[in-house]
Design a binder for this molecule. Structure first.
Ligand SMILES: [Zn+2]
Length: 437
């Protein structure tokens, strides 16, 4: 099996640790000099970048959270002047403000190369035709993979999301060999193929490269059976870069996705105490970027619950393996590949109605598609005699929420007092997607 960057992906682990330390020292110096947020944090601890003499010293530094990044909107976390930034992405759904990520030319080159590693590890080569059904938008979703495919010299079809019927036509006529999508959309495609009488065995698909939402081994088996191709997992973290952070090797002889540790330094912590956990233990993934120029991150809490494995992999890569994402440990809920902060829903409702009604998010799965239902308690101002006016108001709320969180919700009014959140009898989020974590 081919390896995209043998020097890096098969590096001796002691050599890797030395490289990580040098890159970490450079990153700490850069953020201390250029990002007020970090200067303040380091100064408060009496910590200077040169105090970092070993990788263990990193644990002395505080975490960076999504709230910190949102508060820095739009450019406060940028470590380079805007004229050096050649790309800007942002995430939706964070509280208050989106999170803005910048990329220098060098950042983009790294991004393409790291996506190239993931694609090569998954078995993609220059003879492949890769159909990318992820979103081409402010989100990072499709971009890293897109440039990785081009870098490998394979053909990329930027079909973007939706238009399922047309996706299948393209897949058949253009002889797509690799599908890049969310796991649930892969199953939507399988459903549509059945409805259209298209036999996946008559297509040329050999691989579905999937990410963007929690999924299970059972889903993998179903996708592999129904699309008649292999299904592999990869890890995208938009705040750190986007897709290309970690990915499974083709035969996945051992569980987990190889993490590009020469660019991203991982730690796994107990989410309750912040203490470091030993290798193999389940905890929250914390990432420090080692090469990002525009928006470097020090100890970023991802909210993703994972395990890290360091045993050598038969594929020959020495990079650690990140387990399938086992769940989330912050307040973020992922629907259709979009991170949603439930408190953001409250803010939007407050903006519409002047004060915040009691509300609840219910996330479920119908067929293979996730849905989001927002339940709102009926109150004086939400209760109209005329049903038509109430319907208009619900449509307006749904529209405003879709604009603000990036996912179209169903909005449902419920009886006064039924949510009763003040007494904590009703959780803010109910996730009905059994077994997704
Ligand atoms: Zn491997």
């Amino acid at each position: 099996m081919a390896i995209f960057d043998q020097d890096a992906e098969q590096m001796d682990r002691e050599e890797l640790a030395q490289m990580q330390l040098e890159r970490l020292q450079a990153t700490l110096t850069r953020v201390y000099k250029n990002v007020k947020f970090y200067k303040k944090k380091f100064d408060a601890l009496g910590f200077l970048p040169e105090d970092c003499q070993s990788l263990e010293d990193l644990a002395r530094l505080p975490f960076t959270t999504r709230h910190d990044l949102a508060r820095a909107y739009p450019y406060e976390m940028f470590a380079v002047p805007l004229r050096e930034v050649v790309r800007i992405h942002s995430s939706t759904g964070s509280p208050g403000h989106p999170i803005v990520m910048g990329y220098t030319s060098r950042d983009l080159r790294h991004w393409a190369k790291l996506a190239g590693r993931i694609l090569t590890a998954a078995g993609v080569d220059r003879d492949d035709v890769v159909q990318v059904t992820l979103s081409y938008s402010l989100l990072t979703s499709a971009f890293g993979i897109h440039y990785g495919v081009e870098l490998l010299g394979a053909s990329v079809i930027p079909s973007g999301p939706g238009f399922t019927n047309r996706q299948i036509q393209v897949m058949r006529d253009y002889r797509t060999t690799v599908l890049v999508s969310t796991p649930s959309y892969a199953l939507v495609l399988a459903d549509e193929m059945e409805a259209l009488g298209v036999d996946p065995k008559d297509l040329h698909l050999k691989l579905a490269l999937l990410a963007g939402e929690p999924w299970t081994e059972a889903m993998r088996a179903e996708i592999e059976n129904r699309l008649f191709c292999a299904a592999l997992d990869h890890y995208a973290l938009s705040e750190a870069m986007g897709p290309g952070v970690a990915g499974e090797c083709a035969a996945h002889p051992l569980p987990g996705m190889h993490l590009s540790e020469d660019h991203f330094l991982p730690q796994v912590i107990d989410p309750a105490t912040g203490e470091l956990l030993p290798a193999g233990e389940l905890g929250e993934l914390v990432i420090t970027t080692l090469t990002r120029e525009a928006t470097p991150l020090v100890r970023f809490r991802t909210g993703d619950l994972v395990r890290l494995f360091y045993e050598p992999c038969p594929c020959g890569r020495t990079l650690a393996r990140l387990s399938r994402i086992q769940g989330r440990c912050d307040e973020v809920v992922i629907v259709k590949g979009t991170n949603i902060f439930p408190t953001r829903v409250g803010q939007i409702l407050r903006a519409i109605k002047g004060e915040e009604p009691a509300y609840q998010l219910v996330v479920g799965r119908e067929g293979h598609l996730d849905y989001l239902e927002v339940r709102i308690e009926v109150r004086e101002e939400l209760f109209f005699d005329k049903m038509t006016k109430q319907r208009e108001m619900l449509q307006e709320i749904a529209h405003q929420l879709a604009q603000g969180i990036g996912v179209q919700p169903r909005v449902k009014l419920v009886e006064p007092g039924s949510l009763n959140r003040a007494q904590e009898t009703s959780p803010l989020v109910i996730d009905l997607r059994q077994g997704v974590c």
